[in-house]
Design a protein around this ligand. Structure first.
Ligand code: ZN
Length: 332
């Protein structure tokens, strides 16, 4: 009797073990798909996702002349203009879309090269294209090159490649227009100035933006991005409004660190000059508006009063935006 019991227990044990193994094999892939599916960009069918970028590489070999780059093989005949690259710096992520008729192409063509600053990579298919989702370790600058067989990509940490890192924050944007008067919107002025900063090639390097276009970016996200980027200086751009009177005009500049006092003064002088010698106020504030939680050295610019008709019209002009952008560049 004891012998039968032993056989029964052993059988049950092995049956359990086999069931567990089958479950593991069945559901292993499903769980590893979750990472990329959360992006919502390629809902139909994920091929592979890995938490660890290493799993996608066949070797660590450094490609000759391509140190620091990694290679995403591209199918024969792929043209440069067919490849889509969506650099989402604020999310530490890049989406790359490559036309591939054979969805299994990337099962047979592995990535290779440098994995520096890459946290994980996923890829999936979407309408005859393969979408790569690349996550980096923190904010990175992406460089890409296309050859006949590879899309070469590398990621660098800003402070490793630039002498100084500046974060420009064009106030408001998207659903949030900021203050508005005489058909002029604060969000357009701040973006207009921001987009003209860095046109001088000497000054372009190391400049980052909380929003590059008219998109809605919550204050919390801007602050988080600033914390991650840890710029040497933050410049947050706004215009002023006075609801009680349309006469108030002038420039307001705040700074939060003593070492920025001189720069803030210089910027206020210059902006006031551009505005035709208006009043100016320079003040130290413990916290910059919109960045109350962070301790990053920064300057707040209240360029002028949108509620003052002549200032609103002036600030909306290309000429003013160009001059203001230049004045801001001068303090970098
Ligand atoms: Zn504002």
């Amino acid at each position: 009797m004891k012998k039968y019991l032993a056989v029964a227990v052993t059988t049950v044990f092995f049956l359990c073990l086999m069931t567990m193994m089958v479950f593991f094999m069945l559901f292993r892939d499903t769980s590893s798909e979750e990472g990329i599916l959360t992006s919502g960009d390629n809902p139909d069918g994920t091929l592979l996702y890995t938490e660890n970028a290493e799993e996608l590489y066949e070797d660590d070999e450094v490609l000759p002349g391509k140190e620091g780059f990694f290679c995403i093989p591209i199918p024969d005949g792929t043209k440069k203009e067919d490849i889509g690259i969506d650099d989402r710096k604020m999310d530490d992520m890049t989406l790359i879309s490559i036309p591939a008729e054979d969805p299994d192409y990337y099962y047979n063509h592995n990535l290779s090269g440098s994995k520096v600053n890459i946290k994980n990579i996923g890829f999936g298919t979407d309408n005859g294209r393969v979408i790569f989702e690349i996550h980096t370790d923190g904010v990175c600058v992406m460089t890409s090159e296309i050859s006949d067989r590879c899309l070469y990509i590398r990621y660098d940490r800003p402070h490793d490649i630039y002498d100084r890192v500046i974060l420009i924050d064009p106030g408001h944007g998207g659903d949030d227009s900021g203050s508005e008067a005489y058909g002029v919107r604060e969000k357009d002025i701040t973006l207009g100035i921001a987009q003209k900063i860095g046109n001088d090639p000497e000054k372009t390097e190391g400049i980052f933006y909380t929003r590059p276009d008219d998109s809605t970016v919550p204050l919390k996200d801007r602050e988080e991005y600033a914390e991650k980027l840890a710029p040497d200086m933050l410049v947050t751009l706004h215009t002023n409004a006075d609801g009680s009177t349309r006469i108030t005009r002038g420039v307001e500049v705040y700074y939060n660190k003593d070492e920025l006092k001189e720069k803030a003064g210089k910027l206020a002088d210059e902006l006031s000059k551009i505005s035709g010698g208006t009043e100016k106020k320079v003040q130290k504030k413990k916290q910059l508006p919109g960045f109350e939680e962070s301790d990053i050295p920064g300057i707040y610019v209240g360029a002028g009063f949108i509620t003052n008709k002549s200032e609103a019209e002036m600030m909306a002009s290309q000429e003013y935006e160009e001059k203001a952008a230049k004045a801001i560049e001068e303090i970098f």
